[in-house]
Design a protein around this ligand. Structure first.
Ligand SMILES: NC(=O)c1ccc[n+]([C@@H]2O[C@H](COP(=O)([O-])OP(=O)(O)OC[C@H]3O[C@@H](n4cnc5c(N)ncnc54)[C@H](O)[C@@H]3O)[C@@H](O)[C@H]2O)c1
Length: 385
């Protein structure tokens, strides 16, 4: 049994996603479990170097988690041959420039979504990485949520019959920041800083819809900025220039219709922050982040519209729970493990920069649909590979 240490530059690691999901829940958790084992007996051991702008933040983060390496100098980290992977969880607008540098330095690449804020840039990154023969991957974490994995299980089993429609409700109330601090970074609400719920969430909806139900063929989207003024991390008021809600409809391959509401200005009267309902000829399912319940056609009640009498149905009790039947690990960690196996052991990895570009493509077309108030078809990007 030999250990294969692999240096990973983690840029933007002091942010919300960088610290919680990528450092603590993924890289440190992988180190704590003793690395990632390959079939040939080799164990991959990630060796992170924390990178960012603030020396104080990085020092504190490294000390809190017993990490030896941190730096505010990306170029120096890229020049070190021991660092084989470049990971980026900076704000979206900053990503492309650093990724280009990492490609020039010959590093394998893994990054948060969206990979870039424009399709042109996202495609450029994918092309540059592939031409340089570098392995590359993009976070597509929702595919690894227990609730979504259960939905996938149902799709694969043929449970739904012919799938008719998908309804996604995503969102929660993000505080404005005046009398209670906002629970998301303020750049999310400024277009000039790469914010906006369409750019953010359509990147997720693309891979969720494509991978579970069928490729997205067409989009209609209405965005809006419901809350025009918020207060930032320092308590300063600012004008919201980015969309904070998007009401999208998508046509998928096979005639499936998906309706997706995304909002940071909605209060939750549902079972989870994300709910996905799928209706098919043979049965329906409703999934949250972890749970999933089903109703087969033979168990479907027959309500009759009559507002003159009290509702005799307890609709939510008429569903059956899909059992776990497996242990679900953190989705970010699972994807990191697969990427490490891809880099070191050559295992396949489907979620590359080109897949990531598809997310940015859908966001861009969603924004265009909103602007021009019309349906827009989604061109195939496969030819760009
Ligand atoms: N996969 C997911 O579910 C998911 C969820 C949220 C965010 N994200 C993505 O992760 C990325 C980071 O999002 P986050 O919520 O962690 O943001 P964040 O604001 O918490 O972190 C951003 C990071 O970028 C760094 N940074 C460098 N220059 C900066 C600048 N000029 N202004 C602001 N920050 C700067 C910050 O120091 C920090 O480390 C984004 O691309 C976002 O789209 C993904």
């Amino acid at each position: 049994m030999s250990e294969r240490k692999i240096g990973i530059i983690m840029n933007g690691v002091s942010g919300r996603m960088g610290t919680n999901q990528h450092l603590i829940r993924s890289i440190l958790a992988i180190r704590q479990q003793g690395g990632v084992k390959l079939e040939n007996g080799v164990t991959i051991m990630p060796d992170p170097i924390l990178v960012g702008r603030s020396e104080a933040k990085l020092k504190a983060l490294a000390a809190a988690h017993g990490i030896a390496r941190w730096s505010t100098n990306l170029d120096e980290c890229l020049a070190d041959a021991n660092n084989e992977i470049y990971f980026d969880s900076q704000t979206t607008v900053l990503r492309a420039e650093s990724m280009r540098k990492a490609i020039a330095a010959g590093k394998h690449l893994y990054c948060e979504k969206p990979t870039a804020s424009t399709l042109e840039e996202a495609l450029e990154l994918a092309r540059l990485a592939n031409e340089a023969g570098l392995k590359n991957g993009v976070v597509q974490d929702k595919l690894f949520l227990p609730g979504v994995l259960k939905l996938k299980r149902l799709v694969d089993s043929g449970f739904f019959g012919r799938i008719l429609s998908v309804r996604i409700e995503f969102g929660y109330w993000v505080f404005e920041g005046d009398w209670q601090a906002g629970q998301r970074p303020s750049w999310n609400y400024r277009q000039e800083d790469g914010g906006g719920i369409i750019v953010d969430m359509f990147a997720h909806w693309r891979y969720v819809l494509d991978n579970l139900f069928g490729n997205v063929k067409s989009v209609s989207c209405l965005g809006t900025t419901h809350i025009p003024k918020r207060w930032d991390e320092k308590g300063q008021p600012y004008t919201c220039t980015a969309d904070d809600a998007a009401y999208g409809t998508f046509e998928l391959e096979g005639g499936i219709i998906a309706q997706v509401n995304s909002s940071w200005a909605v209060r939750v009267d549902r079972e989870d922050l994300l709910n996905i309902q799928v209706d098919g000829t043979e049965g329906s399912a409703a999934a949250g982040l972890r749970e999933c319940k089903v109703q087969h056609r033979v168990n479907t009640p027959k309500p009759v519209w009559n507002p003159d009498v009290a509702n005799p149905f307890r609709f939510r009790e008429q569903w059956e729970t899909v059992p776990d039947n497996q242990i679900f690990d953190n989705g970010f960690k699972v994807q990191w493990e697969l990427f490490l196996k891809h880099v070191v052991g050559d295992a396949p990895f489907r979620w590359d920069l080109m897949e990531g570009a598809k997310g940015t493509q859908l966001a861009e077309l969603g924004l265009l649909s909103w602007k021009e108030r019309r349906w827009i078809d989604v061109p195939d990007l496969e030819g760009c590979r």
